[in-house]
Design a protein around this ligand. Structure first.
Ligand code: SF4
Length: 103
């Protein structure tokens, strides 16, 4: 492989890596917007300590998406999927009124 062919090859590999990273972000989805109507209806917040305690008196700060039965992220992930917000990501430290303890 000539010097310039090698350079082109590495540039192509780098470009492919960038495209894959972009696709991965797309597959994982963007973070849920707290102002999204569905998020508002469920009282979703990115930070469980910011949940509206007056509106949701059963809320407790140890209730988080990361400990919710519906959370699809892995332990240690900052965010993950949730069937209530299809195609979007909820924060591991987030919360909504549909929280249910992980069995
Ligand atoms: S259902 Fe569970 S994982 Fe989904 S947003 Fe509500 S608390 Fe988070």
């Amino acid at each position: 492989m000539s010097q310039s062919n090698r350079r082109t090859f590495f540039l192509q590999v780098a470009a492919c890596g960038g495209v894959l990273a972009a696709l991965q972000v797309q597959a994982q989805g963007a973070k849920v917007d707290e102002k999204d109507p569905q998020a508002q209806a469920l009282g979703y917040v990115h930070d469980t300590t910011k949940a509206d305690g007056k509106k949701f008196p059963k809320h407790a700060n140890d209730q988080k998406c990361g400990t919710c039965a519906l959370y699809q992220g892995k332990a240690g992930d900052a965010a993950g999927g949730c069937p209530l917000f299809a195609g979007k990501q909820v924060a591991a430290g987030g919360w909504c009124s549909a929280w249910a303890k992980k069995p």
